[in-house]
Ligand binder design. Sequence first.
Ligand code: AMP
Ligand code: ZN
Length: 485
Amino acid sequence: MFGYGAILGGGIGRDLRFGVMKLYDTRARAAVDVAPHDGSTLTLYACGPTVYRFAHVGNVRTFLLTDLIARAAALASYKIKIVQNITDVGHMIDDTGLGGADEGQGDTEDKLLAQSRTENKSALDIARFYEAAFHTDLARLNIRPANSYPRASETIGLMITLISTLIDRGHAYIGGDGSVFFDARSCADYGAISGNRLDALKPGHRFDGETDPNKRFHADWALWKFAPSTRTQLVWETPWGVGFPGWHTECSAMSIDQLGDHIDIHTGGIDLRFPHHEDERAQSNAFAEHDVVKHWVHAEHLLFEGRKMSKSTGNVVLVQDVIDRGFDPLALRLSFLGSRYRTQIDLTWDSIAAADAQLKKWRQRTSNVAGGVVDDSAKQAFTAAFLDDLDTPRALQVLRDVEKSSMSDADKAAFILWADESLGLDLDRPADVVDIPLEVQQLSDKRAAAREAKNWAASDELRDQIAALGWEVRDTAGGQELSAK
Ligand code: AMP
Ligand code: ZN
């Protein structure tokens, strides 16, 4: 039932029965073998969040890709070093690159500064708040932390070094307004990732319909942006005047600084292929004078109830929303695993509910069962699927096949727990643990304070409010206990 090819042979302590680790390389346009350039440790740079708002479940799906690669690396007996940046400056509204690689300045605003105005807080307060929320969301989805999270605003010196080198080598020039532009035509193979060749790119337009007059060529982009005097936050002094970094500059500088100039894997959402990764590649390669990133790997986008996730249409779902509806956030993780990372998913509340029920079923299977043995052929089939460009739907099918098989309950439980090392679904957790929605938790905290103050009327009122949300509160010697009604 779980037959999987012949044993392929040893290698350096690696069990090759499972096949080699493969990932879809956007530049090669194929799933290719992936191995560490130094023979032992894979290096991975992941484009991180722009910390001006809560991450939505689509962003979280993309962040999961890094964790899945790390778990595949463990199955392949590779070590892995992961760096994920925190973008806290320089990511402009409308930094989409639509209409060409042009990124004029008049028509865009830094996302952090726009949010700073909306919330009436400093840009750095906004950044640190949403950065903390990002880490909370990762932990809720069992996405293991990266080795480091450099912040763009704290690595400006590196960017200045990078830009100076690019100017010295003739890859960049200072425009009339003090911004520094990358000379796109100096990159011979611009477009290798996205297929957007320079000769086919149409001039982009600024708000006034003109291409930025400070550029020599419409597809050049700003490495460093001149700051108007009205911009008082997130600005730095440089040899070219006061300004702030372009978003693409940040990732070149931080990736090379932290991982060196041979990086095995670079990840991000599919929308980052162009211009973000294309521009970053041109910069990094011009700086290192060779190809820096071996494999560019992209996660497809997620739709919700058939529609694009977007603030403007009100279709934004957060991890907290999933918890507030009474679901385990790992039901989201399981929903994501049901499709391969590079296929678009249409997530629905029904699919999250089904995943939540499935989690409970598997947890039930592992409760109070011990002493089983992990079936070797099931293990091979699961590992082969996981290593084959993260074919998680196929890996989950192996789990379902094991469930239906004639194995003993103990052996089934042993396999489920072994597979969970790669799936990360906490399948060893007791089946009846339920996440308490934030709103219920807040009311319960208020009620604890009211009881402390002996305000019994308020305490009763809060008990009713909690009950209206479908939860029961009991007062015990150890404090309040909440249970779903
Ligand atoms: P941001 O915080 O906006 O810079 O985005 C963080 C990551 O989420 C990037 O890698 C984006 O490509 C990715 N992303 C944005 N929208 C979606 C979506 N709907 N589904 C999946 N990933 C997305
Ligand atoms: Zn990036």
